[in-house]
Design a protein around this ligand. Structure first.
Ligand code: GLA
Length: 653
């Protein structure tokens, strides 16, 4: 009897021990499984690394993230409860608004409703005993991801026996679509190039093909010469006019010919600028060595043979103080800017620089306030060909928030630039304030940023790219909408770099969309460590030709469904470039890959939706292959967040 009682007690204890619930905090899990639209997901800290604080209350435990954010947990059917507080972190701005969702196996279990900056936390307590996979999602509240710093606070899951584990997103393998350039010469680059009369002229004919290679040009205007070995056209042309220059490139395997229209007039940047900028990789850690490495890599990688020509130094190059003359001195980071300019020019490349109209730049370095003319003279002496002119710290000088005050610093810089006997591309960087696309050209802008800064996430890139419709009517030869720089390859905004967090499909979308939008193409990665995928992505001449089309008309959205968008861009030769994009199911459940399988969407568009009639032969631009003749509809399966980019060419029957 005694023994039976003892065994019952032991069995009960064992049973209760086995049934005992354990508790796991979200911040104990591997947070690399959580995605964020900006910044780094951090355990027990906000996304900017501050104590987790909502409506003045500090929380010891939790996870700081940024909309749009997802995390999928495998509960294995062993979890019992999910408990959390949620809120917008006090470090975000007043514009922040998000919505928190908890999903179970594809269904919404709970949502917070729209939350704004300053709102007290909301609590969620759920029985999750039947759930296999639990999704945590923070949406942007429907107004874009800007400012949306979101906190999961004190988030805990109780479970039996087997602890929940995060489902790691499967890293998609990069895949190469574009065939290598032929060994025979092929002349790439735009069909038209603009320069001002009397100023130094520099244009390197971009040619692919086996070296050695020779380049000759007929009908060059007086004052210009071509170096047959390098293909660099230089000199200075005093007479305005259109010159149809016949260019011929030859190597041992054959030759290629093309007419380049050189337009000597008042307008430069007749096609969107293409090049590299230091910001998205090096941030403020930029120095002369890194820029020189970019110049060299632009040439040695062969990118220059596809038309990439600008090497632009962003913020961080400046000295701490001016000379007593007011001039900008050389400094430890950039000991010899003129030598750098000469080096770039010898390779047929151009050098760009950055400044701000205020006393200081965004990075806290010296701005050009009250030194505009002096600075442009210095830059011209250094051989600068491009100026990115920011806004930072000018708001402290501006008298009010009027349009006149928004425009004033750009007017000042425009008039300073006009006094310089040099073609300097003028890039306005004030994030789209005052609808800059409506007036940027009047103030000498060759391009103007239409949005805040891009980062390497789908939400940032797609959020910017797919919202450019509004500015489309204001762009054209000489004047371009700038949805910010490219985030492919190795980026980092500082000394340490990481591969872009965009999936390969998202990177194809990024380049396709920027080309369709006639956007400036400024590579933001380290050029000296280009991988094969990135190199391939940046050297498809048929895709680049869409961007460099001389008509200069950007694509507009012709169709949008719950899972896709179609954008179409008219081209000079009467053909049309069309991007069929999978934007994915944007419902909260659609944010997760519940089954762990590769997803795709069917994207279609009819002739009627595109406003065209008649048969079109269709060319797949990434694969550089004809896919057939169509006369009513395009319909393709497209990888999740990927694109089918085609050119529709009217068939003559
Ligand atoms: C702003 C711009 C960025 C970059 C930084 C430099 O944020 O938008 O592109 O130039 O300044 O500080």
């Amino acid at each position: 009897m005694k023994r039976t009682l003892l065994s019952i007690i032991i069995t009960c204890q064992l049973f209760s021990c086995c049934n005992q619930e354990s508790r796991l905090y979200l911040d104990e899990l591997d947070l690399s499984a959580m995605s964020a639209g900006w910044g780094e997901v951090t355990a027990c800290r906000s996304v900017e690394g501050n104590p987790l604080t909502v409506a003045g209350q500090v929380y010891e435990r939790g996870v700081g993230t940024h909309a749009a954010s997802t995390m999928l947990l495998d509960l294995k059917g062993r979890a019992v409860t999910f408990h959390s507080f949620v809120g917008i972190d006090d470090e975000s701005g007043e514009k922040a608004s998000v919505e928190f969702f908890v999903l179970a196996d594809g269904w919404i279990l709970w949502h917070s409703g729209l939350m704004h900056y300053g709102d007290p936390t909301r609590q969620v307590k759920l029985d999750v005993s039947d759930v296999k996979k639990l999704g945590l999602y923070v949406s942007d509240g429907g107004d874009g991801i800007g400012w949306d710093h979101a906190d999961w606070l004190n988030t805990q899951i109780t479970y039996n026996k087997s602890a929940p584990v995060p489902v790691m997103p499967v890293a998609a393998e990069p895949y190469i679509l574009t065939p290598a350039s032929p060994e025979k010469p092929r002349i790439n680059g735009p069909d038209v190039y603009g320069a001002r009369h009397g100023n130094p002229f520099l244009y390197k004919v971009p040619v692919t093909g086996k070296r050695p290679l020779t380049c000759v040009a007929e009908n060059l205007p007086d004052g210009l010469n071509i170096d047959q070995e390098t293909g660099i056209i230089s000199g200075s042309c005093g007479s305005k006019g259109d010159y149809a220059v016949r260019i011929r490139a030859m190597n041992a395997l054959g030759s290629d010919e093309k007419t380049l229209l050189i337009r000597i007039g008042d307008t430069i940047c007749l096609t969107p600028p293409m090049g590299w900028n230091s910001w998205n990789c090096w941030g403020l850690s930029v120095d002369q060595q890194k820029v020189q490495a970019a110049v060299d890599a632009m040439v040695s990688s062969g990118l220059a043979d596809h038309g990439w020509s600008f090497i632009n130094i962003d913020d961080g190059w400046e000295a701490d103080s001016r000379l007593s003359s007011g001039e900008l001195p050389a400094n430890d980071k950039f000991p010899d800017m003129k030598a750098l300019g000469d080096h770039a020019h010898r390779q047929g490349l151009k050098l760009g620089i950055y400044s701000s109209p205020g006393t200081h730049t965004c990075g806290g370095f010296l701005g050009s306030w009250e030194h505009e003319e002096q600075d442009t003279r210095t830059w011209a002496d250094w051989g600068i060909d491009y100026l990115k002119y920011d806004w930072c710290s000018y708001e402290r000088i501006a008298r009010d928030h009027s349009l006149t005050e928004l425009q004033k610093p750009y007017l000042n810089m425009q008039s300073a630039l006009m006094k310089i006997p040099r073609d300097i591309v003028f890039s306005l960087c004030q994030y789209g304030m005052g609808e800059v696309w409506q007036w940027g050209a009047t103030f000498g802008g060759n391009l103007w940023r239409t949005t805040g800064d891009i980062v390497d996430t789908w939400n940032s890139m797609a959020g910017i790219g797919f919202s450019q419709d509004k500015c489309a009517p204001f762009t054209g030869p000489g004047h371009w909408n700038d949805p910010d720089m490219l985030v492919v390859g190795k980026v980092g905004w500082g000394p340490s770099l990481h591969p872009s967090r965009l999936t390969p499909d998202e990177q194809y979308t990024h380049i396709s969309l920027w080309c369709l939008l006639s956007a400036p193409l400024l590579i933001g990665c380290d050029l000296s460590s280009l991988d094969d995928f990135t190199q391939n992505l940046l050297t498809n001449d048929e895709v680049i030709a869409i961007n460099q089309d001389p008509l200069g008309k950007p694509a507009v959205k012709v169709k949008e469904t719950s899972t896709g968008q179609v954008w179409a861009k008219p081209l000079k030769d009467g053909s049309m470039a069309v991007g069929l994009f999978s934007t994915g199911d944007r419902s909260p459940a659609g944010m997760f890959d519940w089954e762990g399988e590769a997803r795709s969407d069917t994207v279609s568009v009819t002739w009627e939706e595109m406003g065209i009639t008649g048969a079109r032969s269709v060319r797949d631009l990434w694969r550089q292959k004809d896919v057939g003749t169509y006369n009513r509809e395009l319909k393709f399966p497209v990888n999740h967040h990927g694109v089918m980019l085609v050119r529709l060419i009217e068939t003559t029957r």
